[in-house]
Design a protein around this ligand. Structure first.
Ligand code: TRP
Length: 342
């Protein structure tokens, strides 16, 4: 079965965009059709300064919302990256096959460095090595496929390059992964700025529907969504991005088609009202499961502990094999070496 690895950073509250763009599909389809590994990549969050209490809260919440969205620990693996040492163990080895130059060429690194400098903040070394840790996430699990958005394709390509390089130099150790572009139900855009993605690290939050927003807040945000100066409801992504976004959200929630739905509306107000109600209907079961999980923290902890154990068992043999291949002695080296005649 195809092994798929997905990572999600606990750097913000999860949004409707995360749900309609990825999580719903993970739960409804992917986890049943592939051998899926879903990881809250908390170590990655530390490449920039995080308040420790907030990081703890968001890590727990992200994991709970993944479960609330329907990820079933019986059929997939859900865990926190920092619970499985294999990630950092392997990351160091991969740092020894990656070059300084190729890390500095990463587009996201260059962009993030520029942003940090603008704010007068220093740049953490881990920001530079971050793609290597991501490669370790992927290669440690022998993932065949990594579903990612455009901004992460270069990082998956680095993972491929490192796998090929390691295999050539030290013998076949890693599966060479490939990036896949997940089929998304909707590319949900910011309600206040419909040409930008609805991201979780957004500033004001007015244009972002969070999965845990109260129903009244969701209604208010959608009713206040930026539209355009026109009046007729038409599906035109370029010319009428605000209306197109609402139509896409409505379509993704009701299973309809944005173009066909456009014809059913005479006014922006009616479209917004129906969109808000459709969103609330889709989110309600997620919110209900989340409430349930909140009442039983010990259950969540148990699920994550089991998930980490399962993950460790998957990654350990590959990481150990990489340690051996590169020339590091196993702890019981006399026995191990005589067994292979070296
Ligand atoms: N870098 C990814 C992001 O910012 C998150 C991530 C970390 C990831 N490790 C991964 C994604 C491994 C896929 C596979 O979104």
């Amino acid at each position: 079965m195809t092994r798929v690895f997905s990572g999600i950073q606990p750097t913000g509250n999860l949004t409707l965009g995360n749900y309609l763009g990825a999580m719903r599909r993970w739960a409804q389809t992917d986890q049943h059709q592939t051998d899926s590994v879903f990881c809250v990549v908390d170590l990655h969050a530390l490449t920039v300064d995080q308040d420790p209490a907030r990081l703890r809260r968001l890590s727990r919440q992200t994991a709970m919302l993944m479960l609330a969205a329907g990820l079933d620990p019986e059929v997939c693996t859900v865990f926190l990256q920092s619970h499985v040492d294999e990630h950092t163990r392997l990351s160091y080895l991969l740092e020894c096959v990656a070059s300084d130059g190729e890390m500095r060429r990463m587009i996201q690194y260059k962009e993030k460095v520029a942003r940090q400098r603008e704010r007068g903040a220093s740049v953490r070394l881990s920001l530079l090595t971050y793609p290597v840790l991501m490669a370790a996430d992927i290669l440690g699990y022998g993932a065949d496929e990594v579903p990612v958005g455009d901004d992460q394709v270069q990082h998956v390509e680095l993972a491929r390059d490192l796998a090929v390089r390691f295999n050539q130099r030290y013998g076949h150790t890693f599966v060479v992964p490939k990036a896949t572009r997940p089929a998304v139900a909707a590319r949900v855009m910011n309600l206040q700025n419909p040409t930008a993605k609805m991201g979780k690290s957004d500033d004001s939050g007015l244009g972002v529907v969070y999965l845990l927003d109260e129903p009244d807040v969701v209604r208010k945000k959608i009713m206040r969504a930026v539209t355009d100066s026109g009046r007729s409801v038409e599906y035109d992504r370029e010319g009428r991005p605000g209306i197109a976004n609402l139509l896409e959200i409505l379509a993704a929630c009701t299973g309809g088609d944005p173009e066909a739905l456009a014809g059913a509306y005479e006014s922006y107000g009616a479209l917004k009202k129906d969109t808000a109600e459709a969103v609330l209907e889709v989110l309600e079961p997620v919110r209900a499961r989340h409430r349930e999980l909140c009442t039983d923290p010990a259950h969540v902890e148990g699920v994550l502990r089991d998930g980490a154990e399962k993950a460790r068992a998957m990654a350990r043999p590959t990481v150990d094999a990489a340690y051996r291949a590169i020339g590091l002695l196993p702890p019981a080296f006399e026995t191990a070496l005589s067994a292979v005649g070296r």
